[in-house]
Design a protein around this ligand. Structure first.
Ligand code: FE
Ligand code: FE
Ligand code: FE
Length: 168
């Protein structure tokens, strides 16, 4: 279903559609992170990816709770945006031999993922508030905070360690 097909008539429909989008997204991230963990060499970066993989699995079940609150069964919808971000990450990672440069590329790719998630959760929370889905908004906010913290953590790993070594 495309975003602007006639299947989406109301804000409730739009909200559900984007919940399905981020549900698909979180599942794709769950599949992509193990490869990034394998490719990363900086220990802090590996640890950050590992802990975010565990967090992401919890985010998937949090979304399942959101579906339940909406009286819907969990279902993903295609998200060309996350598919593109992940495809680009794999493509660039395949082109880099230098381990420090590869770490820098992995951080940049992971931050692209986090930023996509942050925009999606931001919109969903605003709409959940507007639609009176208080419990769903709370669950989504918990995840948004995790995505923001991960983004910050990746910035600090990149700034403190990886980028300096890659440049030197
Ligand atoms: Fe996530
Ligand atoms: Fe999407
Ligand atoms: Fe994330």
């Amino acid at each position: 279903m495309g975003l602007f097909t006639k299947d989406i008539k109301s804000m409730d429909d739009l909200f559900l559609h984007v919940v399905q989008d981020i549900y698909y997204t979180e599942q794709q991230i769950t599949k992509a992170l193990p490869e990034m963990i394998e490719k990363a060499t900086n220990r802090e970066l590996t640890a950050a990816f590992k802990s975010h993989l565990a967090e992401t699995k919890k985010q998937v079940s949090r979304l399942e709770q959101v579906f339940e609150l909406l009286g819907q069964s969990p279902k993903g919808t295609s998200c060309p945006a996350i598919d593109g971000i992940i495809a680009e990450a794999k493509e660039i990672a395949g082109e880099i031999d230098n381990k420090k440069v590869l770490d820098a590329a992995l951080i940049a790719a992971a931050q692209a993922v986090e930023h996509y998630e942050i925009t999606r959760y931001g919109s969903l929370i605003a709409w959940a508030d507007e639609l009176g889905h208080e419990a769903a908004a709370k669950l989504l906010k918990t995840t948004l905070d995790e995505e923001k913290a991960t983004d910050k953590m990746l910035s600090s790993i990149g700034e403190k360690k990886v980028n300096l070594k890659a440049a030197g």
